[in-house]
Design a protein around this ligand. Structure first.
Ligand code: ADP
Ligand code: TYD
Length: 212
């Protein structure tokens, strides 16, 4: 059986990743493809600990947090219950809300990006995205959408940090995207227009994926 495609959604908080993943899932399913949607931090034990850290319920150093994300990512890739490799091998298209680019952009705030890239080499070797969709939103608009949610703010949800994180994404794409396909979508556009752009990019990719 041919392997499914691995499509990663990236962008600062509130950039529309889950909205666009839902729409792409429906589109791919309507074409008869099998789709598995997942997210980082994962829903497993390491992911749960990370969520507590992001809510400031547990404190660890920035380096420890970056390392925990690598551990969570490895588990997300490999675990025998719902690991992404299993789904890809079964011919599913896997859509992930965030992957190693998030580590480069977010932990690059506190450590050299090159060091975060190095820590993630093992994930890069195990599983490379076939396509990364970057939803590009200004930090100001991101903050506006986050505040509208009316939820407690998480660790990185501050204007100045989001501005730097957005810059880090572009630095990372420029320096570390060799052989990797990145599609930047203007996330200020309407939900429908963003979706159309994503579908047009994904159509080329899925030519040979078997329908169920
Ligand atoms: P993320 O998963 O990146 O945090 P969401 O998909 O949850 O982002 O979207 C954050 C908020 O912005 C939601 O209220 C969503 O309805 C809204 N939203 C998403 N895409 C757009 C868009 N293109 N234009 C305006 N609002 C959007
Ligand atoms: P989440 O609620 O998924 O973010 P969003 O608002 O985009 O839906 O929270 C995930 C947070 O974790 C987000 O602020 C980015 C951060 N993060 C890292 O710091 N490093 C990583 O490697 C990943 C995957 C996420």
């Amino acid at each position: 059986m041919s392997r499914g495609k691995f499509i990663v959604f990236e962008g600062i908080d509130g950039s529309g990743k889950s909205t666009q993943m839902d729409l792409l899932r429906s589109h791919l399913e309507s074409l008869g493809l099998k789709v598995y949607v997942t997210t980082e931090p994962s829903s497993r034990e390491i992911g749960k600990l990370i969520r507590r850290i992001l809510k400031n319920e547990v404190t660890v150093s920035e380096e420890t947090l970056a390392a925990l994300f690598v551990a969570d990512r490895l588990d997300h890739i490999q675990n025998q219950v719902d690991g992404m490799l299993q789904y890809l091998d079964k011919g599913y298209c896997v859509l992930s809300d965030r992957y190693f680019w998030s580590s480069f952009a977010y932990h690059g705030l506190h450590m050299p990006i090159s060091q975060v890239v190095e820590m993630n080499d093992i994930c890069h070797e195990m599983l490379k995205p076939d396509l990364t969709v970057y939803l590009d939103l200004s930090a100001e608009e991101s903050m506006r959408r986050i505040l509208e949610r009316n939820e407690q703010l998480e660790k990185f949800e501050k204007l100045e940090l989001l501005q730097k994180i957005r810059q880090n994404y572009f630095i990372a794409f420029e320096k570390y995207s060799k052989d990797l396909l990145i599609k930047v979508v203007d996330a200020n556009e309407s939900i429908e227009l963003c979706h159309e752009q994503i579908v047009s990019k994904v159509s080329d990719l899925i030519q040979n994926v078997p329908v169920s």
